[in-house]
Design a protein around this ligand. Sequence first.
Ligand code: SAM
Length: 243
Amino acid sequence: MAWQVAEGRDMPLRIDVITLFPEAFRGVLESSILGRALREGRVEVVLANLRDFALDARGTVDDKPFGGGPGMVLMCEPAFRAVEHVQGLDPRRALVVLLTPQGERLTQARVRDLAGRQRLMLVCGHYEGFDERIRTLADLELSIGDYVLTGGEPAAMAVIDAVVRLLPGVLGAEDAASEESFNLAGLLEYPQYTRPREFRGMAVPEVLLSGNHAQIARWRAEQALERTRRRRADLAGEAPDEK
Ligand SMILES: C[S@@+](CC[C@H](N)C(=O)[O-])C[C@H]1O[C@@H](n2cnc3c(N)ncnc32)[C@H](O)[C@@H]1O
């Protein structure tokens, strides 16, 4: 099952994050499923402040771009020092992931791949971005979508969240992840309902109340395919239906 991808590891996944704003991660890492996974030791997240690796006492990490232009650019030296130092904190070599809108777009397949690793290092940019030479530090450049954030922190949080929920024991119901969007043969998830049976004239489909598990499974498979065709023809590999 998809949620078991990381089975067989002898140590919990370690995720290092290099960021100018470690405090931004607090709420996300303390709350809900992520918070519980961390407390139970199913994953380790270690935050490093890029500013601690500045060359001067003022903690300078950025400078004006050569050739002119707006904004400030993260400098090479602090980033190289940070990545090299953090890499040495654990004998397992981390896969270095640079968060950038220019990277590979994050997919559930990539999330599964990351969840199967022993160690990840997420490097967050800020301001106008980073000196191009910082890219040479990365094993992988990842984007969370075709839009621009002010910094890599929300992107790193999205990666952490998506990865951690695939680790063994993190989700309560064993197959909660394997039944959802992108895991069901790459399709979107079928529609879900809970009580009440009828709400403001909207009734739960009869088949879900029938107790016939074979019929329910068939209905869900059809719905997943139909929904994917309508909403994400790119996933279903077909042209969208006309509306
Ligand atoms: C304002 S952005 C810089 C964008 C840069 N000027 C460019 O056009 O590629 C600042 C930082 O936010 C992060 N970031 C912004 N959008 C992102 C996205 N879609 N996915 C991942 N990281 C993103 C990156 O770490 C980036 O270095």
